[in-house]
Write a protein that binds this ligand. Structure first.
Ligand SMILES: Nc1ncnc2c1ncn2[C@@H]1O[C@H](COP(=O)(O)OP(=O)(O)OP(=O)(O)O)[C@@H](O)[C@H]1O
Ligand SMILES: [Mg+2]
Length: 465
């Protein structure tokens, strides 16, 4: 019995360079100790160590419904940490990202959007037994009728112990010719779907090598029975199962993403069914991770829903991130730490991130430059680091690509100090922009709608005033 895992074909990676594309993991060693610089991650050692422990918890797959809050000042790597965690999870473990503002949509109610996100983060690994025919092709005989429309044929296939002739229908003949199967190939046919896979060529045909080209894989002719049972494993999310089974949607909704609201009865039934499969050993539940970025954007209704949902049987580990200090909880008029209600905070374990020192910023900027394929001279990297210290890491990182354009314009391949200086004067950081605003405040439209359209004076726009 062979076990194979069905995986999505590796989709071609987008070649765009995004904010976190330099991060490929948490950069931990096998004892979960963070390396100073690894997998694109720099510093922030305690937070990374903590994230490593969460990673272990998820990988063990036995703990559900925990809340983890990543809290820290802006651009201290909270989102980066979550991305690193997601890259370290296996392919089968679901990781769903939800930006809290996404739940305010007109099509779905807030709680429906949250339930769907929760259920997208729970994987169900389903084992299915299929019958396959596996052997070496001895002969393929195809008779075409004179009109050409109808085809008939015979396939002779063998193992080292037996040989059988199968009648072929139209569909099988088509897929055999599509796969370009010829005598001497070792193939496997899925009996249920009729799918044919070419596994390689038989060693006995190794003499024909010259005719085959170098990239042919030679394998042994299989032994034993031609027909075998094989386990196929699919991993889907609970949400996928919901969509397929909700009668108003159908599975096509999976591709359009337009799933609408799913009735609670459907979900209840699926929970029962999945629990049954689990009992019978047909399915395995894999709790994944739901990452809700900018969690302070949720309101009090969502928070109380989260409290309840975390106690559900099928609940993922919920990771949240925020850069808010003591601030108002949306939907209430009181202030709370991180803008989260006290009961949710109490249920969460908190990972905190802190600001980077100059050295760490320098390393991060260096990594970003490499990621964006920009060559920085040593001096310009030092200047960028200085700028990052005075303004922000994000602003300095944004200057990399801008300065590169300026360097290209003067036909240089390396970004020098002059390019950085130029982009620093062309593009303002937040603080200088505020200074500018304060200086020329009367030239902008203010809250009352008043603006100075000419040098001579202020024109009130709001006529009721
Ligand atoms: N430790 C780190 N190692 C490597 N790159 C990092 C690290 N921390 C942050 N970065 C990079 O710096 C930039 C800002 O970090 P990030 O977006 O994660 O900040 P954040 O804490 O989520 O901020 P905000 O609160 O504003 O959302 C990103 O491009 C990120 O990839
Ligand atoms: Mg962030």
């Amino acid at each position: 019995m062979s076990i194979s895992t069905v995986k999505e074909s590796d989709a071609p990676a987008l070649s765009l360079i995004a904010a976190h594309s330099h991060i490929s993991g948490l950069g931990l060693d096998e004892n979960l100790q963070p390396r100073e610089v690894a997998q694109g991650m720099v510093g922030q050692l305690n937070a990374r160590k903590a994230a490593g422990i969460i990673l272990k918890m998820v990988q063990q797959g036995s703990i559900a419904g925990r809340a983890v809050l990543i809290a820290g000042p802006p651009s201290t790597g909270k989102t980066a940490l979550a991305m690193g965690l997601s890259n370290s999870l296996g392919k089968d473990v679901p990781f769903t990202v939800l930006s809290a503002s996404e739940i305010y949509s007109l099509e779905l109610s807030k709680t429906e959007a949250l339930i769907q996100a929760f259920r997208k983060s729970i994987g169900v690994r389903i084992k299915e037994e299929t019958e396959i025919i596996e052997g070496e092709v001895v002969e393929i005989q195809i008779d075409r009728s004179l009109t050409g429309g109808h085809k008939q044929g015979k396939l002779t296939i063998k193992t080292t112990d037996m040989e059988t002739i199968y009648e072929l229908g139209n569909k099988m003949i088509d897929s055999l010719s599509k796969e370009k199967v010829i005598a001497g190939d070792i193939i496997s046919i899925d009996k249920a779907s009729g799918k044919i896979t070419r596994l390689g060529r038989s060693y006995t045909r190794a003499r024909d090598y010259d005719a085959m080209g170098p990239d042919v894989k030679f394998i042994q002719c299989p032994e034993g029975e031609l027909q075998k049972k094989s386990d196929v494993v699919h991993t889907v999310s609970l949400h996928d199962i919901d969509v397929i089974n909700s009668r108003s949607q159908g599975f096509l909704a999976l591709f359009s993403g337009d799933t609408g609201e799913i009735r609670q009865e459907v979900r209840d039934q699926i929970n029962i069914k999945v629990a049954e499969w689990k009992e019978e050993g047909k399915a395995e539940i894999i709790p994944g991770v739901l990452f809700i970025d900018e969690i302070h954007m949720l309101d009090i209704e969502c928070f109380s829903f989260l409290n309840k949902a975390l106690e559900d049987d099928f609940s993922p580990i919920v990771m949240m991130a925020t850069n808010r200090g003591i601030s108002q909880t949306r939907g209430t008029n009181y202030k709370t730490p991180h803008g989260l209600p006290a009961d949710l905070l109490d249920r969460s374990i908190i990972i905190s991130t802190s600001n980077y020192n100059a050295n760490e910023m320098k390393t991060i900027l260096g990594i970003r430059a490499k990621e964006e394929e920009v060559e920085l001279s040593n001096d310009s990297l030092a200047l960028l680091t200085k700028i990052a210290e005075e303004t922000s890491l994000r602003y300095a990182a944004n200057l990399i690509s801008v300065s590169n354009q300026i360097a290209i314009k003067r036909r240089a391949t390396t970004v020098e100090i002059q390019d950085i200086k130029k982009s620093y004067t062309l593009f303002l950081d937040a603080r200088r922009s505020v200074q500018f605003l304060e200086q020329f405040s009367d030239q902008y439209i203010d809250d009352k709608g008043s603006v100075a359209l000419s040098r001579s004076g202020v024109v009130p726009m709001d006529t009721s005033a």
